[in-house]
Design a protein around this ligand. Sequence first.
Ligand SMILES: *Cc1c(COP(=O)(O)O)cnc(C)c1O
Length: 392
Amino acid sequence: MSTPTSELTERYTHALMNTFGPPKLALVRGEGSHVWDEHGKEYVDLLGGIAVNSLGHAHPALVAAVTEQLQTLGHVSNFFTTGPQVELAEKLLALLGGHEGKVFLANSGAEANEGAFKLTRRTGRTHVVAAEGGFHGRTMGALALTSKAAYREPFEPLPGEVTFVPYGDVEALAAAVTDQTAAICLEPIQGEAGVVVAPDGYLAAARAIADEHGALLWLDEVQSGVGRTGEWFAHLRHEVVPDVVTLAKGLGGGYPIGAVVGLGRAADLLQPGNHGTTFGGNPVACAAALAVIGTIEDEHLLEHVTVIGQKVRDGLAADPRVTEVRGEGLLIGLDLVSETAAQVVEAAQDAGFIVNAPTPRRIRLAPPLVLTDEDAAAFLAAWPGILDAAGV
Ligand SMILES: *Cc1c(COP(=O)(O)O)cnc(C)c1O
């Protein structure tokens, strides 16, 4: 495992705050599902910028949309509107099932959740129920909804009255929600926890519990949304209609954008003066998101993601050192027999594949939705050797 020395990563440690630990690689170029490091080594990118690069790297449709929009009109303030902004909001509402609703455009997942958190306050209630193992971002409000002690504790006190319940446990959820609860906030698939899928019936039960108490059902689809699971949104498989949906990661295909969608009564809770952002709704970001959505449609990527995702999960599960494989479409998590996920990440990198270890025992894959059969097959062929090299 000889990693050549890197001038860039050395300079990084002096110029960038040490929030992420040392970078694993310095990357210089990408194309499709492939990236190249500064030494010219090629990798199949099975993480996709953490579920962000929906169309892979340098997709011509995304490059053209961003370039053309920047050449036409790159930014206006929210005193004004633009075609891409309105078109994107309408498109998101249509993809969510065409229910009555309204969209607030933001710049990231945490910021989308921050906006949604503020929206829930406009119900006149302050209590929120969220799930253990959930991840909603690093701003103070998003962090207040995130259960992991190591992320929270250095920054307490955090805003809000938040009750955490075990994910997937209907009884615990029913017991925690009261007539004072503003919202239930859940991921349809917990990404950062290592891809934990909501059990059948859980989201429908959450819908019923929210209705019983007049609370909002808020689904955080920042990681699971926009085609990642082979559906436009992961919750659509569960046939529930949420009040609030938050989006970000894959929406812009690498161009930063987030969105809060309020359906039904949640559409009009935020009123003039309640919330804002300078960059949110930026026409270039909206053009990027429209290019992502249009390409998913044109290239029939939902069908592709469903088929290739199943192949990858089956291939990974064939090795006895993998005890469980979870996920939907191309949001995939697996458990190893031992706490060797960090070694697997390194061995995969040596073998030319980028994967991620969200916990010491779990591997997560969130490759571009355009992942080819050849790249998937190459990874599955290399997989047993990667586990050998990692000493799993
Ligand atoms: C990544 C993520 C966030 C935070 O998004 P940022 O863009 O990093 O702020 C929020 N919720 C979920 C489910 C995520 O996966």
